[in-house]
Write a new protein. Structure first.
Length: 280
């Protein structure tokens, strides 16, 4: 059954200790959900849990350290959720990295890092949790975080990032019908500029994916990026996500400034499409 109320529901949120993930956690907790924050960074986890400490929601929020690219660890996390909480109801596949750099200088390490987290992390979440969500029969909802970069033509230094997010967007669209037949809703979040830590890609890159990277200089520069004062607050994104879950809305679009570029891309695709099957 689709989610109609968050009270008593369990939400598992990857990348949940900062930025958009934490914004979603705060909103769902305020609406009555039990929250499991899954994050790679123990420092971010400590900071996030401190924000709930002492409040009325402190007993409904817990956290685990998780690398979403580690399938064994993900399977163990799913088993833990089943044993301790009776399985989850809402899966937020939010963990991501802002990998960027001159694509002509990219090494396999850069492709593996970007795709491993931004696409592989979503796949691993679905593989780990979807069976239990179907088995417990309570219905539920999955939200995959893509990006507005998935829907427009981006500059080359964002090619790996945009390609990964485009895969997440397409995957979400194509999964929706089959999940719906199981009583599970599907949404895809396509945010624009939000106050988050996604620019800290270099800090989250594992050692074995540093050798052979062509992005070291670019990631160092990205790590110094300052958040814009007018960028969206994560809690506002969280409200959008919560409302979309209740409405079982597929697309969650946070910003409108790229609408013309999205429209132009769609028009270009349509214009390049023949009216009838081509004859060979």
């Amino acid at each position: 059954m689709p989610i109609s109320d968050f009270t008593g529901r369990t939400a598992f949120i990857t990348g949940g200790a900062s930025g958009i993930g934490l914004g979603i956690a705060k909103v769902l907790a305020a609406r009555g959900a039990r929250i499991v924050i899954a994050d790679l960074r123990p420092d971010h986890i400590a900071t996030a849990l401190a924000q709930f400490s002492g409040g009325s929601q402190s007993n409904s929020v817990r956290a685990i350290e998780l690398d979403v690219t580690n399938r064994t660890a993900y399977a163990e996390a799913a088993a833990q959720m089943q044993a301790e909480m009776g399985g989850i109801d809402i899966l937020i596949n939010n963990a991501g990295v802002g990998v960027e750099g001159p694509v002509l200088q990219a090494g396999y390490a850069d492709w593996d890092f970007g795709m491993g987290v931004n696409v592989g992390g979503v796949i691993n979440g679905i593989q780990a949790f979807l069976p239990q969500m179907i088995a417990h029969g309570r219905g539920g909802h999955i939200v995959n975080t893509a990006s507005l970069a998935a829907a427009i033509v981006m500059p080359g230094h964002l090619a790996i990032y945009a390609a990964g997010k485009a895969a997440v967007l397409n995957l979400s669209e194509n999964l929706r019908a089959d999940l719906g037949a199981q009583g599970i809703g599907m949404s895809v979040l396509c945010p624009g500029f939000v106050k988050s830590n996604i620019h800290q890609a270099a800090q989250n890159r594992p050692e074995h994916l540093r050798e052979g990277s062509g992005f070291a200089e670019s990631e160092a520069t990205l790590g110094q990026r300052e958040l814009g004062e007018n960028w969206m607050e994560p809690e506002l994104v969280g409200e959008m996500v919560a409302n979309a879950i209740l409405a079982n809305r597929l697309y969650i679009i946070t910003h409108g400034e790229f609408k013309d570029r999205m429209r132009q891309r769609a028009v270009d695709l349509i214009d390049a499409t023949p009216d009838a099957a081509m004859q060979f």
